[in-house]
Design a protein around this ligand. Structure first.
Ligand code: ZN
Ligand code: ZN
Ligand code: ZN
Length: 348
């Protein structure tokens, strides 16, 4: 904070707060905010009715519970005192930031990621271990889906089954589960719906959960029945692109080189325009966090940096294919968190 010229860090909803305190604020209308000055004790301002959710950490912060008739913004402002350079959590609700700005007219606000971004970017060994365990858990879900019956189920039904398996395999919660069948597979973030899966469908399954706060995220593409040559051709391009992306990952490599490696394979196969999203995103306490694996991101990867490599090809009106693993950069290259086979998976 001193290096970045920040007097006080203010953290609310989002991952920075659990990163520093172990407590995740409820994303509701009552303000929770950690007031962390550069010197002096940190104070966690929390609604009285949510105070019992907080595991006390006297070494880390003092708890200040506010009653229903109190004004929590006034409490936070009082704790800020004469501080003028405030960093506020990136995902803090606008309504609270606006109220704070009104109460502290002389203060300058910057995003907290100015300070927390670098801390969270390089995962510590214990964090890598949780990401590894979460990755192994979704691998087990993939194994349970191999050869399973998809036909006759709606996307929504299958998505619910996958979400339940994510929890059964050791996550505390499912974070998301995308089931995109047939032509719906051409929409990368498809909202699983009422379409009934049937033989001849390609099905993109993208899912993950949270294990002790840390996320898993995996995509595998299934086929119901015997895939036609066109599907096999597209699949082979995505598979080679994913391998190339992972192979490019390592310490000292600009993030955009991983994207270029994967994208180059797909472009060479003639499907360049049908891969319209970045190659990956960081993963940790958030499903999507820095670094973003995209053209233009010249930041160098370092040991401990964890992210996804998930190229895809999306053919409107036909089908989609995506393959996604998460990995962490090591001293020499990268270690994948996902080991489930990366070839075509089959369902009936
Ligand atoms: Zn995504
Ligand atoms: Zn995913
Ligand atoms: Zn992802």
């Amino acid at each position: 904070m001193a290096e970045r010229g920040i007097d006080v860090l203010l953290l609310s909803v989002g991952a920075d707060l659990p990163y520093l305190t172990g407590y995740r604020a409820m994303p509701l209308e009552r303000l929770t905010m950690l007031v962390l000055p550069g010197d002096g004790p940190a104070v966690l301002v929390v609604p009285a009715l949510e105070a019992p959710r907080v595991t006390p950490r006297p070494d880390a912060f003092v708890l200040e519970a506010w009653e229903e008739t109190e004004d929590p913004v006034a409490l936070v402002a009082a704790r800020c005192g004469a501080a003028r350079r405030l960093a506020v959590g990136d995902t803090t609700w606008a309504v609270f930031l606006l109220a704070l700005q009104e109460r502290l007219p002389d203060a300058a606000f910057t995003p907290a990621s100015t300070v927390t971004g670098e801390l969270r970017l390089r995962k510590e060994a214990a964090e890598v271990d949780l990401l590894r365990r979460a990755g192994a858990a979704v691998d087990r879900v993939v194994a349970r889906l191999d050869g399973a019956r998809f036909s006759g189920k709606t996307e929504r039904q299958l998505a619910a089954e996958v979400a339940a398996m994510v929890v059964e395999e050791g996550h505390e919660a499912s974070a998301f589960s995308i089931v995109a069948s047939g032509p719906n597979g051409a929409s990368p973030h498809h909202e699983s719906g009422d379409r009934v899966i049937s033989p001849g469908d390609a099905v993109v399954l993208d899912f993950g959960g949270r294990l002790q706060g840390y996320h898993s995220d995996i995509t595998r593409t299934f086929f119901v029945g015997d895939p036609p040559p066109r599907f096999r051709e597209v699949f082979a391009a995505v598979q080679a692109a994913q391998e190339a992306g992972v192979a490019a990952a390592g310490p000292g490599v600009p993030a955009q080189e991983v994207d270029r490696a994967a994208r180059g394979v797909i472009a060479a196969a003639g499907f360049g325009p049908f891969f319209m999203h970045r190659t990956g995103h960081g993963i940790g306490l958030e499903e999507h966090e820095a670094p973003y694996i995209v053209e233009g991101n010249t930041a160098l990867l370092e040991p401990g940096v964890a992210f996804s490599v998930e190229p895809g090809i999306y053919l409107p009106g036909e089908f989609g294919v995506r393959i996604e693993d998460c990995l962490v950069v090591t001293g020499e290259g990268a270690e994948r968190f996902n080991r489930a086979p990366r070839d075509i998976h089959f369902a009936v």
